[in-house]
Structure formats: C-alpha cells, structure tokens
Design a protein around this ligand. Structure first.
Ligand SMILES: [Zn+2]
Length: 389
C-alpha cells in the first residue's frame, strides 16, 4: 500500500507540472500557420465571434483560450470555383468584418513588428494565407492586391494544379500528362512573391514544383500544413530530402494535425467508413454542399465510428520529433489545419487543446527555449527573413 505521504507528494508533483506547462504555454508565442475557419463559416453561415463549440474547431474566444497569439487564416477555394479571386476577396471581407466587430480581441497585422505589438496588447494577430495559386487567376496585380490585404503566404497550388505549377495530387496521379513543376509564369510569380515579402508555401505542391521553388526562391519557404512522409506515406507529406532542403533553405515545416497525414492506416479506414454511408453522403452533396462540408456533417453524426480512427496525441508529437531529429529544432512548427480537417487526434479536440502539445513536449524533456521555437519562434524567424528587402 502506498503511504499517504507518497500519494500527497505525487499529487503535488502533478499539480506543479500542470501549472508549469500552462505557464510555459502562455509565455510561448504560438503561431498556427493554417486554419480554415474562414471558408467554413462562409459555407455554413456561421459567425466566428459566436461560440461555435461542437460545430467547428475554432471561434474567436476559443482561439484566445488555447493561448494562440497569431493566426494565418486560410483563404481557400477548390479548382471548381468559377470566380476564385472574387470568392477569396469575400473571405478576406469576412475576416475584416470580424476584426471590425472585435477590435479589442483581434487585429490584422502586416509585418512581424505589428505582430509583436498585437501580442503585447493581448490581441490575436491575424494574417492571411492564400491556399491555392488559382485564386490569383494568373494575374500578378491580383497577387499584389492579396498582399495589400494582409496575405503573407500563398500556397502555390491546392490539390488542383494551376496553369503554372503542378500539385502533389496531380503529379502522383497515374498517367498524368501535363508538364510538372513551375513554368515561366510560375517562376515569375515565385520571384514576385520574393520581392513582395510574401512567403512561398510548398504544402500541396508536387515534388517537381517543390524542387523548382527550392532552386529559385531567394527567401526561406514554408510548408504551412504538412507532416512527415517517412512516418505516414501520404502525398501531402514531406520526405526526408524535402525536409533537409527546407532546413538548408532556412525555412520551416509546420506539422498538420490531420489523422490521415499522421497515421498511415487511417485513410483506408476512413474511406471504408465513408463508403458505408455513401448514400447519405450523396444526398448531402445533392443539396449543394461541397464534398468537404458533407464529409464534415457525416463525421459529426457518426462520431462513435470515428473515435477509433483518432490517433493518439503522441503520434503528432512523433512527427514533430522526427523533424527535430533529422534537421534540428529550428525547422518545425504548428500548422494544425483546424476546420480544414473532419477529425483530429485524440485530445486535440479543438483550438483550446494547444497547451497539451506544450505539456507533451515538456514531459519529453524539451527546454522552454526549444518549445518556444516550435510553437512560433521558427515561424516568426521565417516571416522576418521574408520581410528583408
Ligand atoms: Zn490544405
């Protein structure tokens, strides 16, 4: 039998860890480089400033509660969107409206200096990440407008290739015939982004596009929401050569929380689950919902079937540690993909769960200094490097 004193000592030790991880988390500058709440609220007619618990992973108050300091809000549409530029502008309008209604909680920032000022004022600093180069409609002037409106990175492709860059989804398609990589316009766009100080995001791009960018970019690049291929062999993940190249380039790989990118067994199981409910899925799609929203509704409805598919938090930590072990602690960060993914790892229920990552890293023995780098320090370094003329 344990003595009472031992039980008490253990209790206080646990309490001390609990308090200290929250303290460390609060002190860390937390930058999440990818959250899809903007497109979600537009499709579902939600309002970010309201409590959306149970409906979404994120809302304004929960972001604050999770200790988030800076968010890259993703502006996204798929390749079927008829007017992608207009649709992107509407998402930016949505963010501006939220900021206008909540000036004490959130502010749009245009550079690292404004970012740090916002953090001092205990406000969420907001920047935009345009996810999918098709949204500039092959027009550099539209890219300039995005920059003026606070876009500080652009993911060159989404799953659909653009006229000037091939995506991972296309490059890995059997029988894909189109040219791979960047063409002349693609190179011009990358150079223009370098000049503007808009970070180049290589998440979603094909391998040939990746290497073309690495060879061309004069500034550090980011992978805003990708995980490790060697742990989970998914085309959206980064292989060892890519991770090494990002480190050499001074960039950063921001780990995605999506179970299908973390656990190599998850995709088959998830496809089987969707297949079991395919009639319901088809009827949801018929109501005009996107594939992604329909999937989201099904996942919520059958959450008991999803539960066994959720990998443990330790697997997410394993992806972070893999990069640290391969290239060092300076090249990894957080790119959750909250509200762009139908389900999440265990314990990572929503944006209030970030402190548990800090807790896990402390338990693994990482120093505060290194945890600060992972949480946002590395991303801030890359942002600053892109601001240099
Ligand atoms: Zn994405």
């Amino acid at each position: 039998m344990k003595s009472k004193f031992l039980v008490l000592a253990l209790f206080f030790a646990q309490l001390a860890t609990a308090q200290s991880y929250q303290k460390v988390h609060k002190k860390a500058l937390l930058i999440d480089s990818h959250n899809d709440i903007l497109s979600k609220v537009m499709e579902r007619e939600f309002v970010i400033d309201q409590d959306l618990t149970g409906k979404t992973h994120s809302d304004l108050n929960r972001l604050k509660k999770g200790g988030l300091d800076m968010q890259f809000f993703s502006v996204w549409s798929d390749g079927n969107q008829k007017n992608p530029y207009k649709y992107a502008m509407r998402q930016m309008d949505t963010l501006d409206a939220v900021i206008k209604r909540n000036p004490d909680k959130i502010v749009k920032v245009k550079n690292s200096k404004e970012l740090l000022k916002a953090v001092k004022q205990h406000k969420i600093a907001a920047m935009i990440g345009v996810e999918g180069g098709h949204q500039i409609e092959d027009d550099l002037k539209k890219l300039d407008t995005f920059f003026q409106r606070g876009t500080r990175y652009m993911t060159l492709t989404w799953n659909n290739s653009t006229h000037w860059a091939s995506s991972a989804a296309d490059e890995t398609k059997p029988g894909y015939q189109q040219p791979k990589g960047l063409n002349e316009l693609g190179k011009k766009i990358v150079q223009h982004m370098n000049q503007l100080g808009m970070m180049i995001d290589i998440s979603h791009v094909g391998e040939q596009t990746f290497w073309d960018v690495i060879n061309l970019s004069t500034k550090p690049v980011i992978a805003s929401h990708s995980s490790v291929y060697n742990i989970c062999k998914h085309r959206r993940n980064l292989n060892d050569e890519q991770i090494k190249a990002i480190a050499k380039n001074g960039g950063v790989a921001q780990i995605n929380f999506y179970p299908l990118f973390l656990d190599s067994t998850a995709e088959i199981k998830f496809d089987a689950l969707l297949n079991n409910h395919k009639e319901e899925f088809a009827s949801l799609m018929k109501t005009g919902l996107s594939e992604y929203v329909a999937g989201d509704i099904l996942v919520k409805k059958y959450s008991n079937e999803i539960e066994p598919l959720r990998p443990p938090l330790s697997l997410l930590i394993k992806h972070i540690e893999y990069i640290i072990n391969l290239v060092g602690v300076d090249y990894v960060g957080i790119g959750s993909d909250f509200d762009g993914i139908e389900f999440t790892p265990q314990q990572m229920d929503d944006v209030t769960s970030y402190p548990l990552i800090t807790k896990a890293l402390l338990q693994k023995g990482y120093s505060k200094k290194n945890i600060y780098k992972i949480m946002g320090g590395n991303m801030l370094r890359v942002l600053k490097a892109n601001e240099q003329k």
